[in-house]
Each structure stands twice: as C-alpha cells, then as structure tokens.
Design a protein around this ligand. Structure first.
Ligand SMILES: Cc1cn([C@H]2C[C@H](O)[C@@H](COP(=O)(O)OP(=O)(O)OP(=O)(O)O)O2)c(=O)[nH]c1=O
Length: 200
C-alpha cells in the first residue's frame, strides 16, 4: 500500500513512555490525554482488561473529537502486570510498591498491553493486545527499598519500569520489549496500516 501520512494520529494518553514510543514512528501525531475510568469487572481476563481499557481510553477522546470531518485515528493503550491470578496495576503508594516488587522478585510474570485504534470519522475500531513474559531477579528487601526511593515505581504497572533503573531488576524477557514499556509499536504500526497510515 502507498504510504499515507496525511491522516493525524491522536494518542489518547498521559503516559510519557507512550508519547516517546509513538514519536519513534516518525508519523504526525498529537496528544489528547484521556481520563477514562479504569475499573473493570473482577471476572475479566487479562486480555479483556487491557483491550477493554485501551478501547475505553480511545473512546473517551473519540467522544470529544470524533465526527465526519475528522481525519484522525485515535490510539488508546493499557498495560497490566499479571502474576499468577493476580493483576497488578499502578501501586497506590510506596508500601503497595514494596508488596508488588516483593511478590514479583525471583518469579516469572506476564505483562499485557492492549492497543485500540478508532477512526474518528467513521467510529470504526480495532483492538488487539500482546503479552511478554518477564523473569525478575531475586531481590533483597534493601534493593527493593532502594529502588522505591528512586521514585520510579510510582506511576508504573507492577511498580517497575524496564526502560529505567528497573532494567537492573530483570533477568530476561520472552516477547516484545515495547509491550513491557507500554506500547507495542510493531503491533501499532500493523494496526495503523489498516486505517491507511503506513509507517514505512
Ligand atoms: C511494566 C512497566 C509499565 N510501565 C508503565 C506504562 C504505563 O504508563 C503504566 C501502566 O499504566 P496505564 O494505566 O496502562 O497507563 P497510564 O495511566 O500511565 O497512561 P494512559 O492511561 O494515560 O495512557 O506503566 C512502564 O513504563 N514500564 C514498565 O516496565
């Protein structure tokens, strides 16, 4: 398909990581923070949670800017950490971050990220997700406390950021790194091409 960068991409996100990652695609984009409710029914599976919340975030912006004259594609995304049958979002405070990191250390967990695209002109939507397995090193309480003091865990699902000092906590990953950071750019580029936006 012929490359078409004339359509705007609107990232429905407050996340600085997502903003940096979308910038790496070198396509025109703008930011329109979305403040959707992030509560989900307790019986939803991880893929339902991240797909449902990604769509909710994109829809919140669509309701503000959508319409026949809008030549934009709105992108929403959501990330969770899953340990066994527990879903970990962002920690409420430092004590919660400690509990999360203490439960993740020395174990394998999964990071799920959803991506939703909505065509602002037609309302047509597409939602997908990806999952990456992460092996976290065994960590002493002192290491966990030092990491929490860095401030990095605060706004991140599972209380760590693999792209920062959190990289030192991770032994290995299986799957897409960008899924862990919060926006699987390769998946997003495939989805955008279905809306006529070709990154390459
Ligand atoms: C596991 C992990 C998560 N995260 C971040 C990505 C997301 O910003 C955050 C998960 O919270 P989300 O609720 O997915 O996103 P958000 O509230 O930060 O941003 P928005 O809803 O406006 O798009 O955790 C990292 O930055 N690195 C990591 O390694």
């Amino acid at each position: 398909m012929k490359s078409n960068h004339s359509r705007r991409v609107v990232l429905a996100s407050t996340s600085p990581r997502r903003q940096e990652l979308i910038a790496s695609l070198h396509i025109p984009y703008e930011i329109h923070p979305s403040h959707a409710d992030e509560h989900t029914p307790t019986d939803w599976t991880p893929d339902q949670i991240v797909e449902g919340l990604s769509l909710r975030k994109a829809k919140a912006v669509y309701e503000q800017i959508g319409g026949p004259s809008e030549d934009a594609v709105i992108v929403g995304s959501d990330t969770i950490v899953v340990l066994g049958d527990q879903v970990l979002g962002k920690p409420a405070d430092d004590a919660d971050a400690f509990r999360m990191l203490k439960s993740l250390q020395g174990r394998i967990h999964q990071v799920y990220t959803g991506v939703a695209c909505i065509d602002a002109a037609t309302g047509q939507s597409l939602v997908r997700h990806k999952m990456t397995r992460v092996v976290m090193k065994e960590l002493t309480d002192a290491k966990i406390e030092a990491y929490i003091r860095s401030g990095e865990p605060r706004d991140k699902a599972g209380a760590y950021g693999i792209q920062g000092l959190g990289s030192t906590l991770v032994e290995s990953i299986e799957g897409c790194y960008f899924t862990v950071v919060g926006l699987p750019v390769s998946l997003l580029s495939d989805m955008l091409s279905e809306f006529g936006i070709d990154v390459l």
